[in-house]
Design a protein around this ligand. Structure first.
Ligand code: BYC
Length: 472
């Protein structure tokens, strides 16, 4: 179905045919806009930003670019097309038609998953609120705004599901999504990584590379849901997510490139003297963001995850491409776990290991960007390799949280950890240095801050000097 832009809330769900739902969402809309003004990108309400807006939910519905003031962005409700023959492909309900309404016994489980997903979206906008002040170029400024607008739309996607399918409870949850705030001591966001700060652009690029990638894998698993409206919402969100990860991957790449260029030019590792970010510091930020994002996959052994799967609520990554019985009651899965303070490899029931399995898929995907970054380093003739730390490193959630583990996987005493942590994770001094590079936003078209290389190509093939943001 085409997206109807004539409505106050653009949508492809025939919203005007359900007056009650339409009114409820139209009541939520001004609250969302208030939240955007208070918690969204600071001081930007009048900017004209060169944004893409979805005009249809088809694959080619994306190439629609134009200047938009962000409060006028057409946030709306877009679901991927419905497949009338879709069936549940795993768990106890395998082979049955997908649900168009929420089965009573799954109501609280589904609501909880939708709320957890929804909570991350506005959280990330809050985390990125101040980045515009220090943008390294107009190109980057436009990208953070694009991401913020799309995360706002992802919030709309989950709020629609809550309003349309969960009655009063759902409406209350939708209110709460605007009341919890990232880092708020009294009403924090639900998941750990979304209460961390994103104070500088190296953190932003690492976040969009590693944490948005958790989004990719969680959304892909929820796209397998037997609750069809959730599946269709997530399938559409995944299209938007891809650009966010590209911003992260290319952003880190450009920082690495600039660092390598300066190392070669000045024949030194100490690029701090030349106002860039040394590779050792980049590695520490990578360690931090990777480990915090690993926590987002939950416990290694999880009965929650087993139940989601058995009930048909949340599947595996690309479920239909996995070659097994899709029931898993007789299958086992090998994974690292903790016994007597040591990391040991064990076969465990596959159903309880689904979070870990998804984490494996994620880790494999994370490694791809490192290859690109390391190629840039190697092409510069520099002997240094960025590495993903061991998955037990710096964990707060799951079995490894009780251990102290080095990036190369050695279990150590607390005293040894304390003595070494400053080599592995950004110190206050590292953070202060990176923050010190974040000068006033670079707003001259085609110019870039000293610590980052220009991108290989512009958005929508625009030239390097393109005016991506107009300040009014
Ligand atoms: N922090 O059995 P477990 C994105 C809790 S990112 C705090 O393992 P489960 C985006 C857990 O809630 C994708 N608490 O749980 C990216 C549970 O609590 P209860 C977001 C945590 O359910 C960038 C308890 O520990 N989407 O889209 O198997 C920008 C037991 O754990 C954490 C989703 O996450 C944590 N890290 O797994 C913008 C999808 N981890 O029951 C957006 C929806 C676990 O004891 N969520 N806990 O009170 C889920 O699928 C699951 O809730 C989780 C947890 C995978 C998160």
């Amino acid at each position: 179905m085409a997206i109807d832009y004539s409505q106050r809330i653009p949508n492809n769900v025939d919203l005007s045919s359900d007056r009650r739902l339409q009114r409820a969402l139209e009541n939520w809309q001004p609250r969302f806009l208030e939240w955007w003004k208070d918690m969204g990108p600071d001081g930007t309400l009048n900017y004209d930003v060169y944004l893409r807006t979805a005009i249809s939910a088809e694959a080619n519905g994306w190439a629609n670019f134009g200047y938009v003031k962000m409060p006028d962005y057409r946030w709306g409700i877009f679901l991927a097309a419905q497949d009338p023959n879709r069936t549940i492909v795993y768990g106890d309900n395998k082979g049955k038609p997908v649900w168009q309404e929420v089965p009573g016994e799954l109501r609280s489980t589904l609501r909880r998953l939708i709320v957890t997903q929804g909570d991350t979206e506005p959280a990330s906008v809050e985390q990125q609120r101040l980045l515009g002040k220090t943008a390294p170029s107009l190109y980057d400024l436009r990208n953070v705004f694009q991401i913020n607008c799309e995360e706002g739309r992802h919030l709309w996607a989950m709020v629609y599901l809550l309003h349309a399918y969960f009655g009063r409870d759902g409406r209350e949850e939708a209110e709460m999504l605007l009341e919890r705030h990232s880092g708020d001591p009294d009403k924090p966001r639900i998941l750990g990584a979304f209460n961390e700060k994103t104070p500088d652009w190296l953190s932003f690029f690492m976040f969009t590379y590693f944490t948005d990638r958790d989004g990719k894998f969680q959304l892909a698993s929820l796209a397998e849901s037997g609750f069809d409206p959730l599946s269709r919402s997530c399938r559409f969100m995944l299209i938007e997510e891809a650009h966010h990860m590209y911003v992260g991957e290319s952003g880190v790449q450009r920082i690495v490139q600039r660092t390598c260029d300066l190392m070669k030019e000045h024949k030194t590792d100490d690029v701090r003297a030349f106002g860039a970010i040394d590779l050792a510091t980049i590695q520490k930020y990578l360690n931090f963001h990777f480990s915090v994002s690993l926590d987002l996959f939950g416990q290694e052994a999880s009965t929650n995850a087993a139940n989601y799967y058995t009930m048909g609520v949340k599947g595996r990554y690309l479920e239909t491409r996995v070659d097994d019985d899709h029931v898993l009651t007789d299958s086992s899965f090998e994974m690292d776990t903790v016994e007597d303070g040591r990391i040991v490899r064990k076969a465990v029931p596959a159903l309880s290991a689904l979070n870990e399995r998804l984490r494996n898929d994620y880790v494999e995907d994370c490694a791809k960007g490192l290859k690109l970054w390391n190629k840039a380093i190697a092409d510069s003739g520099i002997a240094f390799e960025l590495k993903l730390p061991h998955r037990a490193f710096n964990r707060r959630i799951g079995a490894f949280a009780e251990l102290n583990v080095s990036p190369d996987g050695k279990v150590m005493s607390e005293a040894d950890w304390k003595a070494n942590a400053s080599k592995w994770l950004p110190t206050d001094e590292d953070r202060a240095y990176v923050t010190s590079l974040m000068g006033p936003a670079v707003i001259e078209p085609g110019k870039f801050a000293n610590w980052i290389a220009p991108p290989a190509r512009g958005i929508n093939n625009q030239p390097g000097s393109f005016e991506y943001v107009r300040f009014n």
